[in-house]
Design a protein around this ligand. Structure first.
Ligand code: CMC
Length: 436
């Protein structure tokens, strides 16, 4: 963090003395005003619900330029990563700061692969859930439960524990997601097979059975890997900030990541891909493309409560670069599976076309986000709609753990403790029951 040449001066209209605050410059992106001493100097807090203008930390992991529609992991554009490296290389990059060289790559892939199995006792824990439980409910429980199974990596202040917890989480998430799925459909759990790639292994644990050999389709394997890369990190979004805040109390890494899983579940965040596909299916049931105009009218009517899911983003005020890549993958997967005429894909394209030309969306700078096409790809692969957010959680785990470890290693890190503007009752006395 570099001090900028200028300082910020805050002056008050009531004649109170003005205060000067340092301004810091990042390597790219907006400067920040350091307000940490504001309360001590003025007795006032700042007010920013939803963090519209607040940088909650310094970070060197992911950079988004929302106006340009640019996403960089450790400086590398997402488009280059999605086409030139695989998900585990991306994990190495996010965790360690650099893409692996040839030797590091072999070692890192081997290390993760060695941890793909989960403690056998975990399946008995899983069996306590109802078969029809939502996979995100199951995953929140399973990820939190990892801290009960891996006692030797729960000390967040120990760098070795943090490192091994990171590898365990990245390695075991596919196993847990696939177990949650298999449990729901009543099929036997499939153990990981370590001569497969990370995504190939996941596909086999999802769709293989002990009865016959599972052959990984390379187009689908690549598509799965791309879905993982595109969701791997996204700077200080709601779930990542949740992981940081939760971890700031010194809790163990598994507990902090479980908090991230819980946050991701919401339809305004990771749950949007599930909500988006449900929306497309609803329109399709009501008549498909011919009903798009009517649906768009509802979206624009503020009283309807209807949103165009998969559209809009807090940071991107331009096309989400991940949505472009996802649309490309969507085309490839549908073609490979002979589903080019998929009605939901046609419907999504029609919705996108209308929205991009409509004043409501243009004025508000609402563009498709990553979730607009990811649901269609996942559905084509055979992933059930209620597992979409689980796949997102799997992919985002590396981002969460990289951000958590970055925070713990930051000398400026403190427990997160926001303040408030109190609008409730002032002090009053409890009255006897007959006078209330
Ligand atoms: N459909 C219709 N109107 C929308 C939409 C939408 N999808 N998104 C935003 N708006 C309107 C909103 O009503 C508001 O209008 P007005 O100014 O007239 O009140 C304006 O656009 C600004 O929206 P906002 O709610 O202030 O923006 P935000 O930054 O608080 O919300 C968002 C961002 C992603 C929560 C929101 O765009 C949304 O709910 N989108 C649908 C859900 C979705 O696709 N979420 C996935 C996000 S990407 C994956 C991830 O990172 O988790």
């Amino acid at each position: 963090m570099k001090l900028a040449d200028n300082k910020a001066t805050l002056s008050f209209s009531n004649g109170s003395p003005s205060v000067e605050m340092p301004v810091y410059q990042g390597n790219i992106g907006p400067d920040v005003i350091d307000i940490r001493k504001l309360y001590a100097q003025t007795g006032m807090f700042t007010y920013d619900p939803g963090f519209l203008s607040t940088a909650s930390c310094q970070s060197g992991i992911t950079y988004i330029d929302g106006d340009k529609g640019e996403l960089l992991y450790r400086g590398y554009p997402i488009e280059q990563l999605a086409t030139n490296v695989d998900y585990l290389d991306t994990c190495h990059l996010l965790l360690k700061g650099e893409l692996p060289n040839a030797t590091e790559r072999v070692d890192f892939h081997k290390l993760v692969t060695n941890h793909t199995m989960v403690n056998e006792q975990m399946q008995f824990f899983l069996r306590g859930f109802r078969r029809d439980a939502h996979p995100m409910a199951v995953l929140t429980g399973l990820v939190g439960a990892l801290s009960a199974f891996y006692h030797d990596s729960t000390d967040i202040n120990n760098p070795e524990h943090r490192e091994i917890a990171a590898i365990r989480l990245i390695a075991k998430m596919p196993t847990l997601v696939a177990m949650a799925y298999k449990y729901g459909v009543g099929q036997p759990f499939m153990y990981p097979q370590n001569d497969l790639s990370y995504s190939g292994n996941f596909l086999r644990m999802m769709f293989g059975t002990p009865c016959e050999e599972y052959k990984v389709n390379s187009v689908i394997e690549r598509a799965m890997d791309r879905i993982f890369i595109l969701h791997a990190d996204h700077e200080q979004n709601a779930s990542t900030s949740t992981v940081r805040l939760c971890g700031s109390s010194g809790t163990n890494p598994f507990a902090a990541i479980a908090a991230g899983v819980a946050c991701l579940w919401g339809p305004a965040h990771g749950g949007a891909n599930e909500a988006c596909l449900n929306m497309l299916e609803d329109i399709q049931r009501q008549g498909g493309v011919s009903k798009v105009g009517q649906f768009m009218e509802q979206v624009k009517d503020k009283n309807s409560g209807v949103k165009l899911m998969g559209f809009g983003h807090r940071v991107y005020k331009n096309y989400d670069p991940r949505a472009k890549l996802m649309q490309e993958t969507c085309n490839e997967v549908l073609e490979a599976l002979g589903l080019e005429n998929d009605p939901l894909f046609k419907l999504a394209k029609q919705l996108e076309k209308i929205a991009l030309e409509d004043d409501y969306f243009v004025q508000r700078k609402l563009y498709p986000n990553v979730d607009f096409y990811s649901g269609i790809v996942q559905r084509a692969i055979g992933i059930p709609v209620n597992l979409f957010t689980g796949i997102f959680a799997l992919a985002r785990t590396v981002g969460w753990i990289a951000q958590l470890n970055e925070m713990i290693g930051d000398p400026e890190y403190k427990i997160g403790r926001p303040r408030q503007l109190f609008t409730g009752s002032v002090k009053r006395d409890v009255k006897p029951l007959d006078q209330r």
